[in-house]
Design a protein around this ligand. Structure first.
Ligand SMILES: Nc1ncnc2c1ncn2[C@@H]1O[C@H](COP(=O)(O)OP(=O)(O)O)[C@@H](O)[C@H]1O
Ligand SMILES: C=C(OP(=O)(O)O)C(=O)O
Length: 661
């Protein structure tokens, strides 16, 4: 069951997000598709917005979509409505905690610079949402310590939560350990050998025996994605002899890629299976699986996880040349993807990376999967306290392209300025988000979800909360509906209340989701009241602010017999009693038949709304598609015409579908 509620919102200030700071932008400095906030500002000061809202709303109510063309026209009208309505109370601005207000999440790789209690705490307070453990480095004992520290933080800190992501080493090829860095000079001869433990001035071990078989004379070897490069000249049984093309300092355990080739090892190696078991024992939230080449490996891992009853989500790292032809099936099989630009830009020509980034983000967004952009985002901050301008732009682009999260690697693992790097990422993401017109019609996820009813439900809930300018509160036991809502990218925050600690921890990765643990009461009103007072106590929602309530679940908290339920409410101050309720329930209404079933099964209860009931019924009777436009225009009229304390309007549609989350 799912449910949506709404009530009037209040502005809160934030240096980056308040309307006055947004209006300081020069119009010409923002591309047109990002000017929504400005358009709204301009219109807001332009006379009575309420009467214009009414005018547009009434036009919408006469334009009932009965064909695809009508839907387009209705959409145009809907866009006009959005530009004139009051949205000074952007729900983004109500988050007092930096982690909460920002929508794009930050993944931090934990390493020698950050693996202490003090640094984990400081990273979390600076904005880290996900702690990444790179199994290419460290041992189980050192990773165990970090996992324990993050869990300790999560247990103590009720209003912030950090996910744990275990990143497998995969079939990567690395040079061996060195007592000290070797200086490679352009033009010199240098040998990589499969013999173990070699480190001289002109040779070093590699960790992969088939390296000699995989490379040919003429291949270009890239160290650390191209920081240094060597041309293969010849090979023997054990050695690959090279000439240094671009020299530099070779340190311990550096990445080696052969330009244009993937290693022939399986994606999950024996070491990876060991690390995966370690992840199961420690109940991590995510695996980031390195060098995935096809969907089979994801199915294999998921089967294994199911066999040991481990509820861990799988993020595929897109970094192998071989993965590109199989992108669609790989992402379909997974819970999300990481654009691992380091290896991707080594296996493929570097100029392909931004194009692939955009394509992978787009694919994940259309398939309802999480997506992370990784590597080199603030690389210069490993040594410098300030980022380059190009790095700042890189973060902004990932945010605009719609990534769920952006990732820091060496910046937080072994950099000199880990906290500054997180703060820069936080500020740039937040600033960029403030220019995005989040009130756009939500993305259509097509048939990405098996549970089509839930998808449609989340779509309309998003539409309604965007139009009314509210945050969303979702009650979820499995996280499903919170994740679904996140994929539709509502303009307001998604406050996800869950009674499962694991779900709370997992949801930290998802764009726009603020996960909160709460025990659900059998009494739905009590649960609502507790959720609202939690948000008010924590300064996340102000008294009188509009909120939208959405509920979903096989074990619903709202009404035991229903599956889906949208409700729009207006509350006065901290009063949670319904002032305006619009409840739409779907039961066994298959997608194609939704419209008719909804209209014919509609029932209406009302009090103090006599004036508009006839009009409402006209809308409903004339329409064979009761959709969000009508709900919204109806809701707005009701809000504007009724004294909030005594209105109670409630209409309901029923079917018998039992799907849910
Ligand atoms: N757990 C760890 N222990 C020691 N060093 C680490 C650890 N994690 C990361 N690092 C260091 O931080 C660097 C950057 O991290 P990352 O990008 O995740 O690694 P890599 O690029 O080597 O795969 C690594 O190359 C390594 O030097
Ligand atoms: C994120 C990446 O993977 P890793 O840090 O494990 O090399 C990458 O290659 O960009």
């Amino acid at each position: 069951m799912a449910q949506l509620v709404s009530t009037p919102s209040v502005n809160a200030s934030s240096s980056l997000l308040n309307p006055s700071s947004a209006s300081k932008l020069k119009p010409s400095s923002i591309p047109s598709r990002f000017r929504g906030a400005q358009r709204r500002e301009g219109k807001r000061s332009n006379g009575s917005s309420r009467s214009r809202v009414e005018a547009v709303a009434s036009r919408i109510s006469t334009l009932l979509p009965v064909s695809p063309d009508d839907l387009l026209k209705a959409d145009e009208e809907f866009q006009k409505l959005k530009t004139v309505q009051q949205r000074g109370n952007e729900s983004l601005s109500v988050w007092s905690n930096p982690n909460v207000r920002r929508k794009t999440k930050i993944v931090c790789t934990i390493g020698p610079s950050t693996n202490t209690r003090e640094m984990i705490w400081k990273l979390a307070e600076a904005g880290m949402n996900v702690a990444r453990l790179n199994m290419s480095h460290g041992d189980h004992a050192s990773h165990q310590k970090v996992i324990d520290l993050v869990k300790e933080y999560n247990a103590l800190c009720k209003d912030n939560v950090i996910s744990i992501m275990l990143d497998t080493k995969g079939p990567e090829v690395r040079s061996g350990d060195l007592p000290q860095p070797i200086n490679l000079v352009t033009g010199q001869e240098f040998t990589f050998t499969i013999k173990r433990g070699v480190s001289t001035d002109d040779s070093v071990s590699v960790n992969y025996d088939d390296f000699v078989n995989d490379v040919e004379a003429g291949d270009m070897l890239l160290v650390d994605g191209g920081m240094m490069s060597l041309m293969v000249k010849s090979k023997t049984k054990d050695d690959v002899k090279c000439e240094v093309v671009d020299g530099g300092e070779l340190k311990s355990r550096r990445h080696l890629n052969v330009r244009g080739k993937s290693a022939t090892l399986p994606s999950i190696t024996e070491k990876d299976w060991d690390d995966i078991k370690f992840g199961v024992e420690n109940k991590v939230d995510y695996y980031a699986v390195s060098f995935v080449k096809d969907a089979d490996v994801v199915h294999e891992l998921k089967e294994y996880l199911q066999s040991c009853d481990a509820d861990i989500h799988v993020i595929v790292k897109i970094e192998s040349a071989d993965s590109i032809p199989n992108l669609h099936s790989i992402i379909t099989a997974s819970d999300g993807a990481m654009v691992a630009r380091g290896d991707l830009g080594a296996e493929l020509p570097i100029e392909e990376v931004p194009l692939l980034q955009e394509e992978i983000i787009g694919m994940c967004r259309s398939m309802g999967k999480a997506v992370i952009v990784a590597t080199n985002m603030l690389e210069s901050m490993i040594t410098h306290p300030m980022p380059t301008r190009a790095e700042v732009s890189d973060i902004a682009i990932a945010v605009r392209e719609g990534a769920d999260a952006v990732m820091l690697s060496g910046e937080t693992a072994h950099g000199k300025h880990p906290l500054k790097a997180v703060k820069v990422m936080h500020t740039v993401a937040l600033r960029t988000e403030a220019t995005l017109d989040g009130s756009e019609k939500p993305a259509n996820l097509g048939h990405a979800f098996k549970n089509h009813m839930s998808e449609m439900f989340a779509y309309h809930a998003t539409m309604m909360s965007n139009t009314l300018g509210t945050s969303t509160i979702v009650f979820t036991r499995t996280g499903f509906m919170a994740i679904l809502l996140s994929h539709f990218r509502p303009s307001g925050t998604i406050f996800a209340f869950t009674d499962e600690e694991r779900v709370r921890q997992r949801l930290a990765l998802y764009q726009g989701v603020c996960p909160i643990y709460m025990q659900f009461s059998d009494d739905a009103e009590k649960t609502f009241a507790e959720a609202l007072s939690y948000l008010q106590e924590h300064g996340m929602v102000k008294q009188g602010e509009e909120v939208a309530l959405v509920q979903s679940g096989r074990q619903p908290i709202w009404r035991s017999q229903s599956t889906h339920n949208i409700q729009a409410r207006a509350s006065c101050g901290c009063c949670v009693g319904p002032v305006l309720s619009t409840i739409v329930e779907f039961w066994n209404i298959r997608a194609a038949k939704v419209a008719k079933a909804m209209a014919t099964r509609l029932r209406l209860w009302y009090s103090s709304f006599a004036g508009n009931v006839e009009e409402l019924m006209e809308i409903v009777n004339a329409s064979n598609y009761l959709n969000c436009y009508e709900l919204i225009s109806f809701t707005r009229k009701a809000v504007e015409n009724i004294a909030p304390e005594d209105a109670a309007v409630y209409f309901e549609l029923r079917g018998s579908d039992r799907e849910g989350d």
